[in-house]
Design a protein around this ligand. Structure first.
Ligand code: AMP
Ligand code: TRP
Length: 331
């Protein structure tokens, strides 16, 4: 059976981008067709300035939202990265296979490190090495496929390179994984700045729709989305990014094609209204389940405990094999 692994960082409240680019596909498709593991990758939240209490809170919230989005612990494994030691154990070995040049070429590092410096802070070493930890997340489980949004393909490529290099040097140990992206909405853009990704760390910004936003808030954010100066509704990502983003969001909600939808509108107002209502309706059951799950935090903890145990059982033998292959004396 195909092994699928993916993760989400608890660095902010989950967004519509996370849902359309990742969570929905995990719940609707991946957990049914594969042996799938989904992980709240909390160690990755420590690579930039962080508040410990907030990371703890967001980790539980993200796990709860994964379940609310439809991940079923009977069908897949849901767990928290730091509960399974194999990730960091393997990460160090992969640091001995990766090169510093490779790390410095990572787009996210190049984008985030100046931002950290500009905040008056220094850049944590873990921001540089984080793609190696991500590779360890993936490789520890013998993963075949990694369903992620567009922004993560370079990191999955690195995991492939490291797997191939390790296998070549030390003998076959790792499956070589590949990234799989959703067909539409692989990259949901910020409603106020449709040339940049809708990301969680921009937090309270009006361009970011959060999964737990009230319907009124969602409506307001979408109705105020930045569009373009032309008034006709044409699907063209390059010259009309604002409208293209709305068409893609609506298409993703309805399971249709953005191009085909554009013909049905002659004003931005109507498009925004339909998009807002479609998003609100899509998120309604997720928010409802989230409320129910929050009423029973013990049940969520139990799912995470069992998930971690199962994950450990899968990862352990492969990571042990990697320790032996690379030349470490068995304990
Ligand atoms: P992150 O929020 O970076 O932890 O990402 C978790 C998952 O959501 C990854 O698979 C990302 O590729 C995906 N994702 C995050 N933001 C977006 C977005 N704006 N559009 C599409 N996918 C996204
Ligand atoms: N780096 C990913 C992101 O920012 C999150 C992540 C960490 C991940 N480890 C992973 C995704 C392993 C897929 C597989 O979105």
């Amino acid at each position: 059976m195909t092994r699928v692994f993916s993760g989400v960082k608890p660095t902010g409240h989950l967004t519509l981008g996370n849902y359309l680019g990742a969570l929905r596909q995990w719940a609707e498709i991946d957990q049914h067709r594969a042996d799938a593991l989904f992980c709240v990758v909390d160690l990755h939240a420590l690579t930039v300035h962080h508040d410990p209490a907030r990371v703890r809170r967001l980790t539980r919230q993200a796990a709860t939202l994964l379940l609310a989005s439809g991940l079923d612990p009977e069908l897949c494994t849901v767990f928290v990265q730091s509960h399974v030691d194999e990730h960091t154990r393997l990460s160090y070995l992969l640091e001995c296979v990766a090169t510093d040049g490779e790390m410095r070429r990572m787009i996210q590092y190049k984008e985030k490190s100046p931002r950290e410096r500009a905040r008056g802070g220094s850049v944590r070493l873990s921001l540089l090495t984080y793609p190696v930890l991500m590779a360890a997340d993936i490789l520890a489980y013998g993963t075949d496929e990694v369903p992620v949004g567009d922004d993560q393909t370079q990191h999955v490529e690195l995991a492939r390179d490291l797997a191939v290099r390790f296998n070549h040097r030390y003998g076959h140990t790792f499956t070589v994984p590949k990234a799989t992206a959703p067909k539409v909405a692989a990259r949901v853009m910020n409603l106020q700045d449709p040339t940049s990704k809708m990301g969680k760390s921009q937090d309270a910004g009006p361009g970011v729709v959060h999964l737990l936003d009230e319907p009124d808030v969602i409506r307001k954010k979408i109705m105020r989305a930045v569009t373009d100066s032309e008034e006709d509704v044409v699907y063209d990502r390059g010259s009309r990014p604002g409208v293209a983003n709305l068409l893609e969001i609506l298409a993703a909600c309805r399971g249709e094609e953005p191009e085909a939808l554009s013909g049905g509108y002659d004003s931005y107002g109507a498009l925004k209204k339909d998009t807002a209502e479609a998003v609100i309706e899509m998120l309604r059951p997720v928010q409802q389940r989230h409320r129910e799950l929050c009423a029973d935090p013990g049940a969520v903890d139990a799912v995470l405990r069992e998930g971690a145990e199962r994950a450990r059982g899968i990862a352990r033998p492969r990571v042990d094999a990697a320790y032996r292959a690379i030349g470490l004396l068995p304990a």
